[in-house]
Design a protein around this ligand. Sequence first.
Ligand code: HEC
Ligand code: HEC
Length: 211
Amino acid sequence: MMNAIHPMPRRGRFTAGMLLGLTFLAGSVHAQEGGSIKAGREATQTCAGCHGAKGNSPTPAFPSLAGQPAKYIAAQLKAYRSGKRENAIMNGQAAGLSDQQILDIAAYYAAQERKVANPASEGSEMGAQLYAHGREGVPACAACHGVGGHGNQPAGFPALRGLPAAYVGQSLKDYRAGKRAHGQGSLMLPVAAELSGEEIEALAAHIATLD
Ligand code: HEC
Ligand code: HEC
């Protein structure tokens, strides 16, 4: 009896883990190889007004997209399209995109060089410390986003350099409130849940200095 019952949950756990691994792999390969950069350039004509000609935003009102991992961009566009990530402007922008257009757009922006035009000169001591080393209960941001905020392409972790402070602050508050929980957002929820308002402001100020 015992022998018959015990292997069941163990096999169940194993399968779930393997499935997760496979989904992760399939997602990254698909997003990078299924998209056409050329078609993506066409499809982003309407995006350029806000996100810049090659995805380097001309104003702090909009996040730059150049150089973000294709997997990350595709996941965000699908989340805007389905409403899982809420933003009035972007829910509308993504509403009419097909799966193929999303892959094309993601491939296009991922292939563009990220340029940080005006890094902030005044940072934050507390933000720099947290970013590089974390603290008890908070892992170092650099571990996933890179020391200079370049992100991690293969893993699909977004670049943070060049993101406006207001946007970074809002994103961290959204994760802290349990929003953006879709996909790899689940990695950010426990990190942001630990952050105080003061720490969020400090991190946003430090990230704005990354060039
Ligand atoms: C009218 C301005 C505007 C236009 C046009 C626009 N966007 Fe956006 N986009 C924004 C804003 C504002 C945000 C930040 C929204 C938020 O906080 O969730 C954003 C966020 C994004 C993000 C998430 C960035 C990140 O770092 O997570 C992606 C991806 C994106 N836009 C892609 C596009 C694409 C593709 C198009 C064209 C089909 C487009 N946008 C058109 C204003 C715009
Ligand atoms: C375990 C890896 C990991 C750690 C540690 C981590 N992040 Fe993240 N971060 C991610 C992933 C993955 C995403 C994309 C999540 C998604 O799809 O919404 C992300 C997204 C973000 C975003 C949104 C970027 C955008 O373009 O919208 C910000 C801002 C951010 N992280 C800041 C931080 C800060 C600040 C820290 C340190 C306190 C930190 N992260 C620690 C993995 C991590």
